[in-house]
Design a protein around this ligand. Structure first.
Ligand code: ZN
Length: 200
């Protein structure tokens, strides 16, 4: 905790003054361009990977970057998606998986999750991901990571705000996989599932 308090002091002393004008602007303006859905994994830092400034990314992070399909009823993830798309009007959504994902490893390698029942329940949202990966690459984490990103893109489309924005061509969906060891990002082709290095 001491590290965090020191970090706050360093932010106030060094980072904030250098971007003071931006923060004054952001105090009354919230217009992010992109909804970034990533894993809660501490090693996957959206703003760092994308070189984004405060105010640019609307971020949702869940274990395994899972996006449950739309169901009626209160749901924090659905509310965040709807707010980003329908209220803030983001033009892009990125679902970003990553190498060595704990959630995907647990599924691919069949870890015992009896001591973590909430995790086990949550990971059921990756049933379709496993089904997609299982037939061709059973047990392979990297393949499941890729298929999981594609399955979550499909789940996103079930959210009415996303479906509406796609129908009016005001929104584009992207599937990425980030590699922790090399810092590379692949963009996935939803049709083939194949990844190519992300280019600007
Ligand atoms: Zn992860």
């Amino acid at each position: 905790m001491k590290d965090l308090a020191e970090g706050v002091q360093r932010f106030q002393r060094e980072v904030f003054p250098a971007k003071a004008e931006l923060f004054v602007h952001l105090a009354d303006n919230h217009r992010p361009t992109t909804l970034f859905i990533g894993c809660s994994d501490a090693r996957v830092v959206p703003e760092l990977i994308c070189g984004s400034e405060p105010g640019e990314l609307f971020v949702v992070r869940t274990a395994g970057n899972l996006v449950p399909a739309h169901t009626p009823g209160a749901d924090g993830i659905a509310a965040s998606i709807e707010y980003a798309v329908a209220v803030l009007g983001v033009s892009d959504i990125v679902v970003c998986g990553h190498s060595a994902c704990g959630a995907m490893s647990a599924l691919a390698e069949g870890h015992d999750l009896t001591a973590a029942p909430a995790v086990a329940d949550w990971l059921r949202h990756a049933d379709a991901s496993q089904a997609r990966a299982g037939s061709t690459h059973p047990g392979e984490v990297a393949a499941l990571v890729r298929q999981n990103v594609l399955a979550q893109l499909a789940n996103l489309v079930t959210h009415p705000s996303v479906a509406r924005a796609l129908a009016t061509h005001t929104l584009t969906l992207h599937g990425w996989v980030y590699d922790i060891a090399t810092g590379t990002v692949e963009e996935l082709d939803p049709a083939t599932g194949r990844g190519t290095p992300l280019t600007a």
